[in-house]
Design a binder for this molecule. Sequence first.
Ligand code: HEM
Length: 415
Amino acid sequence: MNGFSSRSGHEVGRRKLLLTGGALGAFGAIAAASPAAARSLWTWSPSASVAGAGAGIDPEWVWDEEADPVLAAVLDRGDVPRINELLRQWTRNDQALPDGLPSDLREFMEHARRMPSWADRAKLDRGAQFSKTKGIYVGALYGLGSGLMSTAIPRESRAVYYSKGGADMKDRVAKTAKLGYDIGDLDAYQPHGSMIVTAVKTRMVHAAVRHLLPQSPDWTRTSGGQTIPISQADVLVTWHSLATFVMRKLVEWKVRISAADAEAYLHVWQVSAAMLGVNDEYIPATWDAANAQSRQVLVPILAHTREGEALAEVLLDIVAELDAGVTRPLISAFSRYTLGDRVGDMIGLSQEPVLKPVIAAAWPLLVAFREGLIPLPGIPTVAWTLEEALRRFVLLFLAEGQRIAIDIPDMNRPS
Ligand code: HEM
């Protein structure tokens, strides 16, 4: 099954012919000449950003000019193993950087760990409280919604698959959970929390990947002409698959959210984007602006890839570990219900023709009950089974995320 399954056989046939027949040469040449061809034009205005203004350059052509040269130099000097050893001791936001770091890296990190001037402590605390209160929904949405959706984001899937961590994908999936865990933590941006540390380390990992992946023949072969991975446009895509997607689903599910909570949750993600190195002029100022940007950068690029399918399989296998696979159909059906059939087909989720409609009927009732809108007797049993499965999944996901140390990679996936 793939994303084109709803088209007529004729169309599919024609499409295949175009891609595999004589037209391939011309198609390949066009794709190589204009790497951004599959994307829509960048028209999102910096006036809708937290900066309120900006040059309006397409973020497809912007990477991380502070981190990238520093990490390239660190890698060229062969410093990574020693630095990873030192960085293991750096875990708290308020902790001094370890002694012995090379001066260029230290200078970058001292700068990168500073919160943006517009960060608002009260809003951050409120946002964290919100994530905690809505924990079951938010956890399930990060883990199954965003986590699975990331496997339908071709550039992210391929970067992850062909980088060092791709060799141990189970560990790699747990690493992604680390951010979900840290960002939802009540202490995330408090002095004794660890989100600043996680974000700065992640920014360094991404910078290292930008230096390493262009040396990978497998990545270069599949990158669709992109020569340096993880552009700011790519980071925004992933950001929307997390923040914007979660908020959209919460609204769709009619979870009660006050305007102040919605704004606070956005703020947590705005600050996190800045801490990951996204320029202020690309960070949406409001949910409306975020939704508009998401429609432009995320929705059009979702697609099936071999690498993404392999990653989705690993994620679902982790779910199966919960109970020897008994709830896997339930989780697949819930994910299909949450992500929709287009994405469900792209990443190869099982169809679940029986369970999916049952969940589509039961889940809104469960949410309504949890939100105090309807009394208990209206809830079908399957809703409780599902809720219990999600709860266990979220706990497992968070536990995995908690035990992870973020290391800077020093090589690509061994082929
Ligand atoms: C590593 C989060 C965007 C590719 C990481 C890590 C985190 C993270 C927490 C460190 C975990 C580890 O040690 O592997 C995020 C967040 C993003 C984002 C929150 C956006 C909001 C992207 C994008 C790409 C990407 C857009 C690619 C297009 C990678 C790769 C690694 C990584 C390849 C390293 C894997 C390795 O160690 O081999 N990311 N990421 N990330 N990320 Fe991201």
